[in-house]
Design a protein around this ligand. Structure first.
Ligand code: FE2
Ligand code: FE2
Length: 312
């Protein structure tokens, strides 16, 4: 019981933390919310209410310490950091631009409301990276379009297929026919389970843990990225809930659809986290295998609560 109370306390602290307090919070404690949700799923309105309470502003972050740290970083550290942050920055813009058709295709109003809150989150995440890039790395790009062209990742074919073909492709199907429930379920599988639950949260966990190990929790980036991860944990719980309900409603129809989508996307997951230079992970004391293993464990945990497995 003591352990249970402790877990509740930690979850409360994460739920109510402001930006500054997020600097004292560990990413694994943020992720607790998802694991707890697997046992006791929040309603769509619970998730909406959390969103109301967990507002934060990019404009409140101070990137002064980040600038100073950046000037001290080695060339390899800068190169490795920029590789990962290009994927994130561009990815946040991609998921902002493709979410509107999901809102239109939402099978019920509570889902439509939650997804509208998520759209605001994704826009804020994009601006978080825009500001970090401008104030810490520096750029001559005059506007968002120009900076997105400048930072567009070109090293990972798996990433390109996921963000420039699969995701916009399924969004286009929903835009063409908002009553296409199969497209909606396939879309949530790609967006919330592959991109957010498996790729984004794995990347966030390892990056935030590395910053913590280096004693860099005072950076504006650490605080902001932890806020991003807390938002993502709501999005992921939402996605699990949608798919869990679909499988409970009609397993014969939806389970094979979700499984097929995942099997098709698995190579894109490993294709996204594969660095162009092995030193990009070892620079931070990590390895590609370690990330892949964490991603697959996280995916399997979520699939169990949706009610499917990949082997079937
Ligand atoms: Fe995001
Ligand atoms: Fe998200």
């Amino acid at each position: 019981m003591a352990v249970e109370n402790q877990t509740q306390d930690v979850m409360e602290r994460v739920a109510n933390a402001n930006l500054k307090q997020l600097g004292d919070i560990r990413i694994d404690d943020v992720l607790l919310f998802i694991d707890r949700g697997l046992e006791n799923m929040p309603t769509y309105m619970d998730l909406y209410n959390r969103w109301e309470k967990q507002q934060w502003a990019v404009g409140d972050l101070d990137f002064g310490p980040d600038r100073q740290r950046w000037q001290e970083a080695t060339d390899l550290e800068k190169e490795a950091t920029l590789w990962g942050r290009r994927l994130f920055f561009n990815g946040e813009e991609r998921v902002t631009s493709t979410l509107a058709p999901f809102v239109w295709a939402a099978p019920k109003p509570e889902i439509e409301i939650f997804l509208s809150t998520q759209m605001v989150d994704e826009a804020r995440h994009t601006i978080f990276f825009d500001r970090w890039w401008r104030e810490v790395v520096g750029t001559d790009a005059a506007d968002l379009k120009a900076i997105l062209e400048e930072i567009r990742p070109d090293t990972n074919p798996g990433y390109n297929e996921l963000f420039y073909e699969r995701l916009p492709g399924v969004a286009q199907r929903m835009a063409s026919n908002p009553r296409d429930v199969d497209a909606f379920i396939e879309g949530v599988t790609i967006y919330h389970i592959v991109v957010e639950a498996t790729l984004a949260l794995t990347g966030q966990r390892f990056e935030l843990e590395s910053l913590r190990e280096e004693g860099l929790t005072h950076l504006g980036y650490y605080q902001g990225f932890t806020a991003v991860a807390r938002d993502e944990s709501r999005h992921v719980n939402f996605g699990i809930k949608v798919l869990q309900e679909a499988v409970r409603e009609d397993a014969e129809r939806f389970a094979p659809l979700i499984q097929r989508t995942l099997v098709e996307c698995l190579p894109l997951i490993s294709g996204t986290i594969h660095p162009p230079d092995d030193r990009y992970y070892s620079e931070f004391g990590r390895s590609e295998d370690e990330l892949l293993e964490f991603a697959m464990n996280a995916l399997n945990k979520r699939l169990r609560s949706i009610g499917i497995n990949l082997a079937a």
